[in-house]
Design a protein around this ligand. Structure first.
Ligand code: DOR
Length: 425
């Protein structure tokens, strides 16, 4: 296997509290040395002067759509989008067809990942069989295959007793329960955030309380059971505060924020833009600011994309019936770096939210740079300016609200297990 020397970059690995200009030598898929002026003999040299070198980025919330919805995305295209965006590990959600609720589907995903994947894949299985909210999956069996977490993402577990049992079941296996926290009765027939924009557009609103009430329930159940709860895509001021307060009480709760929720508001829906439709929806400026404050003060543990590819025919329809979700793998890094540019967080913190932060949430064995460890490395040009050309996105689906946006920052080289999986240009 090729020997690679990444030379003279600003190496940031928050897990090691490393932030220094140095070289990284990669041999046989592992990091063999991190240090100054390492010997480049026999190595392919990647000049990282003026670049930032980080652990491979980790996204714990991705829909790869495989098996069953390969017309939207598949393991090959989704992981190619991932490495293009700088990600070397993705955790994929179970709302496939069939649903990933048993060992057979998990094994299929792992086998296809090994054959076609461009990066590491950690399958998330469902909490309930068929995502039907009625009976629990065999979490112990799933854990045996290396499933770190379970989630009915996209479909909340409505029955609190079932969620309680799920937490009690997951806990001894050390598995995380990822909650899509929405109260469906409160969501009702809403299709966007409840507020002046919805009124103006004549669209039915989803009130913040639909998310806050569900988040509060999940946090209380986690407090009651002692299980580790991870709240996905937190989008409201109230939810952020509920998680913040719960952490202060010592509840085992973590949460993630999606780039669209800290970048956009429901203003983006104007014009009935279905590429600004997702679940939970884009919220008010006050909510967006609260998510940003949650990122700044450590309430938010990870940035995760909720990469949700949909075919153009599923988006090019009346707003109310358009599918929920947007692609995010190729735009997450510059949108996160924007938080640094705006002075909200510093660069090491931004990198932490994309590396050891998400890895720690699910206890994944990735997200750091250490001698002897797996060589998953991302080389970032923080100053690279580019325009999002929707049709050129690597993902099979093009449903992004960031088309034509000017971005700053991109992965220039993504290395997975010591192999170059992506190189810009
Ligand atoms: O917008 C969303 N899309 N939110 C979800 O929770 C599910 C996802 C999907 O699967 O398309």
């Amino acid at each position: 296997m090729a020997k690679i020397l990444i030379k003279g970059g600003r190496v940031i690995s928050p897990a090691q509290q490393l932030d220094d200009t140095c070289d990284i030598l990669i041999e046989n898929g592992k990091i063999s040395a991190i240090g100054k002026k390492l010997d480049s003999k026999g190595a392919e040299v990647i000049d990282a002067a003026d670049k930032v070198v980080t652990p491979g980025l980790v996204d714990i919330h991705v829909h790869l759509r495989d098996p069953g919805f390969e017309y939207k995305e598949d393991i090959a295209s989704g992981t190619l989008a991932a490495v293009t965006g700088g990600f070397t590990s993705v955790a994929c959600m179970p709302n496939t067809n069939p649903v990933n609720d048993n060992q057979a589907v998990t094994s299929f995903i792992l086998k296809k990942a090994a054959e076609d994947g461009h990066c590491r894949i950690f399958p998330i299985a469902s909490i309930t069989k068929g995502l039907e909210g009625e009976s629990l999956t065999e979490m112990g069996e799933l854990k045996e295959l290396g499933v770190y977490a379970v989630s009915d993402d996209g479909k909340p577990v409505s029955n609190p007793q079932l969620m309680r049992r799920a937490m009690e079941y997951a806990r001894p296996f050390g598995m995380t329960i990822i909650s899509h926290a929405e109260d469906l009765d409160l969501v009702g027939s809403g299709v966007m955030n409840d507020g002046p924009v919805a009124t103006e557009l004549g669209l039915k609103g989803i009130p913040w309380v639909a998310e806050d009430a569900a988040t509060a329930r999940e946090v209380m159940l986690a407090e009651f059971t002692g299980a580790h709860l991870h709240v996905a895509h937190v989008s409201t001021k109230g939810s952020i505060d509920i998680v913040r307060q719960a952490k202060k009480r010592g509840v085992a709760v973590t949460c993630e924020a999606a780039p669209h929720h800290f970048t956009l508001t429901d203003d983006a829906v104007r014009g009935y833009n279905t590429n600004a439709k997702m679940n939970p929806p884009l919220r008010s400026e006050e909510d967006r600011e609260a998510v940003r404050q949650g990122i700044a003060d450590g309430t938010v543990d990870a940035i995760a994309t909720d990469h949700a590819p949909h075919h153009i025919d599923e988006k090019n329809v009346e707003f109310a019936i358009a599918m929920n979700g947007i692609v995010g793998l190729e735009t997450a890094l510059p949108l996160t770096l924007k938080l640094v540019e705006e002075g909200l967080i510093d660069l090491p913190k931004a990198i932490a939210l994309l590396t050891n932060g998400p890895a720690d949430v699910l206890d994944l064995p990735v997200g750091q740079l250490e001698e002897g460890g797996d060589a998953d490395v991302t080389v970032i040009d923080p100053d690279f300016e580019w325009t999002v050309e929707t049709q050129k996105l690597v993902s099979k689906s093009k449903n992004t609200p960031f088309g034509d946006w000017q971005m700053k920052g991109a992965a220039v080289c993504t290395i997975v297990a010591g192999k170059i999986a992506y190189k810009r240009g």
